[in-house]
Write a protein of this length. Structure first.
Length: 732
């Protein structure tokens, strides 16, 4: 085709070879970066803004040379396009804002990073969708690899929660989900009785090519926006959390006999005569774990960590098992628990309630007075808890050296402190995040906010659970040097680049983090954690430190746990609320009974599912806390609050209010005392006239000007000594 074109084109001629080569490179880059599109020579001249007549005249001859070389193709209608083969990848959409998204490649071998896709090239893909993307051969103007969605392989979701807006002829649902950037059109006949401004669940039914918005139908009306129960149900629906427990697994749970047979007791180690107690939050009902304690004849101490034997009751291939796997974890919202198991099991049969015989799986340690583990045993036990402690009560007995089992509690606490010191000396990182809890009235309205305090008793229980998890993981690993299939909880070493960024953040708060010796990263981080205890920046820096770390996950790969400094670690201690712990119990029982290693692939699939469900639960829990924080600040006293700048962007300044731990934003467009420019390198805003700087870590005074339940946002403004302007605080 190329030869024929030359024959019939008298303009095809040479020209200055250097200029031609430069122009050829420029034309080829343009066509390659617009792969899949065709252009005439005139269109290319216009797109490249070529203005001088000499270069204009050279465009068509150079294009024909590129056709001859095979780098460019020409259609019969004289349209030119790139012949370079693009890459095609499968990935997941992360819809950043209404203008563009990133596609995160699935293939770990892909080294080019995330692919930027403009909204017009998304082919109606939504956040979380699995898509096939054509990657352009060259980087775009953004300096990033860009691409175009060719196919939606799998929709992540087709149901959304939102607020109905009804007009005389049609209606829209405005989604709560921040990464859903399209309102959903709903025919008035598909509203299911929903009224204006009510919260609903809408299901996508159609999205025709060329339509700006998808069409859907309301499948559930939640109620009036702003009402506690409606908003919590909205969060549950937004994250796909179940509203009720299905009938079939409930029936299976109710049919399980309560009586423990003599045969079952005989098959286990009997700890019923050994002092045993549980220590849990005051409002807990599902007691996963119990501690037994006794002094041995040789003077050493025996500490048993006994865990509810859930898999004795939940058998494979049952409806109970299927539902537990699907949920994979219990979810703890501000006002309720969405359990993994039905109440009959979680609060009854499996819960290690006092004064009842219970079936357990245990890791029992023989320890000397210095907390060295002399021996350990893992297997099935039967226990009889003597006492159920709330954390506060057990701590009080230790502090006052009086009350039930105060001597045992004190000795256990002393052992736990020694175990903890050894863990930190081995390189464990001491992350203790600030947790916020709300006091709610009967309608769910927040009356008060308190920061949970972690005392010795919390750390004691945590330390023995960590010890049990570690020894169970090492027990399986050591059997055949890690070749036996097992479920591990792993945590990769941090990425040094991300840690250096975090170190820069810490420096803005006046703290040095020494990262020169990679082997002593945990020491440097622990030093920082000690320094910031009780300071206004504590919560901010703890959160930033955690975000700079790798994410812990479930996997069959026997890797280590950086944060805990354990070569091998698992989750064995909470099977009532975590499916991976049930998996661990099943495999442990299988190996103790002499079974051979099963194929790893099916277990790895379950691990990935469990990690995803864990993230979903954490996101839902955060959303419910944020909702209550927004509501709390809408009802709080109108006054100036002390805060700390936790983030600076080109569009606003994030500030955490020190008193309430609630974060809000001051929009740059509302800062009318000056025109502020964003200095990205130093994470600060600079006033062009006053040169006033607003930097990460600054202590500031702010006031609340607006709260929005739908978006779960708090709008702030800087407080000043000037007379206040009256500003309404909207609450929707």
């Amino acid at each position: 085709m190329g030869r024929k074109s030359r024959k019939h084109n008298p303009k095809h001629k040479g020209g200055n070879s250097a200029d031609s080569a430069s122009l050829a490179k420029r034309l080829l880059q343009f066509l390659d970066s617009n792969y899949g599109q065709e252009f005439t020579a005139k269109q290319i001249i216009k797109k490249l803004e070529i203005r001088d007549s000499l270069t204009k005249g050279g465009v068509e001859p150079v294009l024909y040379k590129l056709v001859d070389s095979g780098a460019v193709s020409k259609s019969p209608r004289n349209y030119f396009s790139s012949t370079k083969d693009p890459d095609f990848i499968i990935g997941t959409v992360d819809f950043v804002n209404p203008r563009f998204a990133f596609v995160i490649p699935e293939d770990p071998a892909h080294t080019g990073g995330d692919i930027l896709v403009k909204e017009a090239d998304l082919k109606q893909a939504l956040d979380g969708d699995r898509v096939r993307v054509m990657v352009y051969p060259l980087k775009g103007k953004t300096g990033r690899i860009e691409g175009k969605v060719l196919e939606i392989v799998e929709r992540e979701r087709d149901e959304f929660v939102g607020r109905v807006e009804i007009s005389p002829r049609f209606a829209f649902v405005v989604p709560d989900f921040k990464k859903m950037h399209k309102d959903i059109f709903v025919h008035r006949g598909d509203l299911k009785g929903a009224e204006h401004n009510e919260k609903v669940i809408v299901k996508l039914t159609e999205w025709r090519e060329g339509d700006k918005n998808p069409t859907g139908k309301v499948i559930r009306v939640l109620g009036k926006a702003g009402v506690h129960e409606v908003e919590i149900h909205s969060i549950m629906a937004e994250f796909g959390l179940p509203f009720e427990y299905p009938e079939e697994p409930n029936e299976e749970a109710n049919a399980i006999p309560e009586k423990i047979t003599a045969k079952e007791i005989k098959a286990r180690k009997d700890f019923r005569d050994v002092t045993t107690f549980t220590i849990d939050p005051v409002d807990a009902k599902d007691f996963d774990d119990a501690i037994s304690y006794r002094t041995l004849e040789n003077g050493n101490l025996e500490v048993g960590v006994h865990i509810a034997d859930v898999t004795h009751y939940v058998k494979p291939k049952t409806a109970l098992e299927k539902e537990a796997y699907d949920r994979a974890t219990s979810v703890y919202l501000v006002d309720r628990t969405i359990p993994m198991l039905p109440e009959r099991l979680s609060n009854g049969l499996c819960s290690l309630r006092p004064n009842e015989d219970k079936l357990t799986f245990a890791c029992v340690f023989e320890m000397d007075s210095n907390a060295n583990v002399i021996n350990h045993w893992i297997g099935r036990t039967v226990i009889h808890s003597d006492r159920r402690f709330a954390y506060e009560e057990a701590q009080e007995n230790i502090d006052n050296q009086a009350g039930d089992y105060f001597q045992e509690l004190t000795l256990l606490n002393d052992l736990a402190k020694k175990v903890r010191m050894k863990r930190f000396s081995n390189g464990a990182v001491n992350f203790e995040t600030v947790e916020v809890k709300f006091k709610l009235d009967e309608k769910g309205t927040p009356l008060g906010l308190m920061v949970k305090e972690r005392k010795d008793i919390h750390k004691m229980i945590e330390e023995f659970m960590l010890l049990a998890n570690k020894y169970v993981a090492e027990f399986i690993y050591k059997k055949h040097s890690g070749t036996d299939t097992f479920v591990y909880r792993t945590h990769d070493s941090p990425d040094m680049e991300r840690l250096e960024t975090f170190s820069g953040f810490a420096k803005r708060f006046g703290h040095q983090v020494d990262l020169e010796n990679e082997r002593k990263i945990s020491t440097a981080l622990n030093k920082l954690m000690d320094e910031i205890q009780g300071k206004p920046e504590q919560n901010v820096l703890e959160q930033l430190a955690i975000r700079s770390m790798a994410k812990a996950k479930y996997t069959t790969e026997p890797k280590g746990h950086f944060g805990l400094a354990f070569p091998h670690y698992t989750h064995f201690t909470s099977p009532i609320r975590r499916y991976p712990d049930m998996m661990v119990h099943r495999l442990l029982e299988h190996y103790l009974d002499g079974g051979k290693s099963p194929e790893a692939e099916p277990w790895e699939v379950k691990c990935v599912h469990s990690s995803e469900r864990e993230k979903r639960a954490a996101d839902a829990e955060r959303a419910s806390i944020k909702y209550k924080q927004v509501e709390f600040m809408s009802l709080a006293e109108e006054k100036d609050y002390e805060g700390i700048v936790t983030g600076v962007t080109e569009w606003g300044v994030f500030v955490e209010i020190t008193e309430t731990k609630c974060e809000g934003m001051i929009r740059v467009q509302d800062m009318d005392d000056d025109f502020y420019e964003f200095d990205e390198k130093n994470m600060r805003l600079i006033g062009t006239r006053t040169k006033k700087m607003i930097t990460l870590g600054d202590k500031v005074m702010v006031r609340v000007v607006n709260t929005d339940i739908d978006r779960r946002t708090i709008d702030l403004e800087f407080a000043s000594n000037d007379e206040r302007k009256p500003r309404p605080r909207a609450f929707r």
